[in-house]
Design a protein around this ligand. Structure first.
Ligand code: ATP
Length: 231
């Protein structure tokens, strides 16, 4: 369970407040106007930014002072964070061992993860030889092997075409279901939120609001969301 406990983050005149809980296994959408603080919220959870006051807790444990790499968190950005000089299998293997000294069993795990995301046989390719959708799948395979219970996605599929994006969202939903991981996904597209998330957090006017029913918030949007949606 992820808890924002009266969390404030302030920098250079920008401030963000959050006070809510994300349930285990929940898939949560994070939406709101540009510059509202969606990425900031994720960066606080990931540990790239520290709260100015208040706390962020995972299973009741304060994450303050825990380095990003030691947090139970996998994060995926739009550029997929693949290393261009490494093969697909090596990029995925990093999810198991940063030094890539993989045992035979771990190499089999890499192959199984690639197969799970629909990339069986692609292990020897370099990222430059992949389509955008395939690159996203590699990043998801690595995330799968990391096995972290909390997954943060920051507009990871924004550059993909609509059909491909739907395919990737469905894959994410299936993977989260299989692993039981908790998901927070930033998106600018209401359709993404509706497809994947039962509840949605609106980030606007300095507040990451408590999650509400996704269908409800788009059927009857609050003012900040109406402006953002152009309604
Ligand atoms: N590296 C940084 N240094 C200083 N200020 C920053 C930095 N990154 C973001 N900000 C500021 O923090 C505020 C929140 O930005 P953030 O990126 O979290 O918003 P966002 O909702 O994710 O926006 P977008 O939808 O455009 O990605 C903005 O005022 C932004 O200008």
């Amino acid at each position: 369970m992820l808890t924002f406990e009266d969390m404030h983050y302030t920098q250079d005149g920008f401030s963000l407040h959050a006070d809510f809980t994300v349930q285990d296994g929940e898939m949560l959408a994070v939406i709101g106007p540009s510059g509202g603080g969606k990425s900031t919220l994720l960066n606080v959870v990931a540990g790239f930014l520290e709260p100015t006051s208040g706390r962020v807790l995972w299973d009741g444990r304060d994450l303050a002072g825990t380095a990003p790499g030691k947090r139970p968190v996998s994060i995926l950005f739009q550029d997929n964070n693949l290393f261009p000089h490494m093969t697909v299998a090596q990029n995925v293997g990093l999810g198991l061992r940063p030094d890539l000294r993989l045992s035979g069993q771990q190499m089999a795990q890499v192959e199984a993860a690639l197969e799970r995301v629909g990339l069986a046989g692609y292990g020897r390719r370099k990222p430059a030889a992949l389509s955008g959708g395939q690159a996203s799948r590699v990043a998801l395979a690595r995330m799968l092997l990391r096995g972290n219970p909390l997954v943060l996605l920051d507009e990871p599929f924004a550059a993909l075409g609509p059909a491909l994006k739907v395919e990737m969202l469905d894959l994410v939903r299936d993977l989260m279901g299989e692993t039981g991981a908790t998901l927070m996904m930033v998106s600018h597209d209401p359709e993404d939120a509706k497809r994947i998330a039962q509840r949605t957090v609106l980030v606007a006017d300095g507040e990451a609001q408590a999650p509400v029913d996704t269908a409800g918030i788009f059927a009857n949007p609050p003012e900040a969301l109406q402006t953002y949606l152009g309604k």
